[in-house]
Design a protein. Sequence first.
Length: 640
Amino acid sequence: MVGTAGHIDHGKSSLVRALTGRDPDRLKEEKDRELTIDLGFAPLDLGDGRRVGMIDVPGHERFVKNMVAGATGIDLVLLVVAADDGVMPQTREHLEILTLLGIQRGLIAITKIDMPTVDEDLIELVELDVEELVQGTFLEQAQVLRVSAHTGAGLDALRAALAEQVDRVEPRPVDGPFRLPVQRVFSAKGFGTILTGVPLQGRAAVGDVLEVVTARGPLKGKVRGLQAYGEKVEAVEAGHSSAVNLSDVDRKAVARGDVVATPGIFSAHDMWEVRLRHLASQSRPLRQRETVRFHVGTSEVLGEVVILDHAELPPGADGMCQIRLREKVVAAPGDRCVVRRHSPMQTLGGGTILGASRWRLKPGKRFVLERLSQKETVLGDDAGSVVLALDGARDPQRAEDLVQALGRPRGEVLALLEELAQDGRVVEVSGGKGNLAYVSAEAFGAAQEVLVGALGRYHEEHPYRASCARLELRARSKLHDMLFQAALKAALDSGALTQTSSGLAAAGFEVELPAEVAAYAEQLTKLYRERAFQTPTPAQALTELNPEEVDDRSAEDVFALLLERGELVQVAEDVVFHAERYAEAREKVVASIKADGPLSAATFKAQIDSSRRYTIPLLEHFDAIKLTKRDGDVRVLREG
């Protein structure tokens, strides 16, 4: 795509018309006023069998927003300067915008050389002005050609120069998902909605299902037809001047700035992280929370700039910023953006999008700036972007969560994740359940450290407990359940933690009871042994003994230790027996049923000399452990 640039009335449209044979001005108002208002398109045959698209942009300062929308899709610029006028304000502004958008190649055309008021000296003076203008820019070494759209002078040389430059343009990526920022929307009788623009990446074919990503949500449709450079084709790809005929999409629901894309990959957001450069040509700093017009792709939305690493951004400086918009727009990391003053409308600067924000970022936060710097470092590096996204996520990320972060199809993301897992840079933590979920290796190692640390603190708080319940450790770690389970398995496999009969313990941890605590433990076991099947509740036992040498927490922990060791057995919330008495009750149940058949609660109560308060929980416990099963009002032994 070749785009024009330059001041109003410098002959951009006339030059496109002379080169292509087509008038890029399509609106009646444009023809009546002889003024380009919106973007114009025309195919250009280079004479060697190749065809490129030309985008003609308006030069009037009121329509710079349209110029930016068109410049987003160009690969090569044709900067137009009139010989009778020279370098003018929009000549400079357009060049600044092109530089901000990362355009790398172009030519310079000095037009209107046939005008009566133009002589050789004036043309040379204009060329000197142009040389000064482009110094230090991407056009510094660009070829300057003198042309006349009226007489045709210099057009062959210009066409040849364009062909040479086209050879040097790096093609846009045709792999990956399709993405086309919408430049124009209209409907044609018998066809329905037609969307035009230049795809930034990917390929689309007739019959494909695409979606139009809007601020209101995605609209799905099927590709009924395609055109490239005005001709019917079966497929379009990145860099083509394209028209897409979509079914099931209402023309009124789509506007310039929306994006036609492969479904499920791109989404609209109203906060974006940006490395922003303030133009050196500005007379004052860019102020904190200044209202701006934000341009990305073909969209223009009002918003404010929050400068994160400066109090304000001086002319010529760049900084990390968050752009907070009044409406959502679609973009991807690495996209170029432009910011213009709300009023009066001037180009303030532009930069590179690092990613979408979930939260409002506060200026001056070191960890925020470090994070943004890391995002900037991995731009264009899919593997690095995945690892960074996982490392910065609080919870494990499913493959679907990473699709939009990368702007890549799900299959490619899964393949990349598998490769990273084999390299040890990411860890799959879903355990094969449901959709695959991952964390970075660093985050996985940190999760294991969290578990070991949480368990260590538990042992410090409860030195008389042999282990920590799994649910207790899960709550203390505050880890996502999938990450907790995977990290716990890894910690157990490595020996950092051990599994006991009642819970989890740190490697090498053993309970050591001081003399007074050991004496209290002996009192508890003696109490429950002596009370047989008329035992106190745990709370009653702690109250009944209540030694001065042991505080309440330690007393509770000792009780729990006896349960963990199996010296006491808990059959219900408030029903506990000494292990010997529990074994005795179990033996009585088995012996009684084998000798006399089904056992009633009343018979069992008499056998152990107890009450229903204890016998019913005991029998229900034996049912629960599958020793017995209830058959009406009696118990029988389970088979086997």
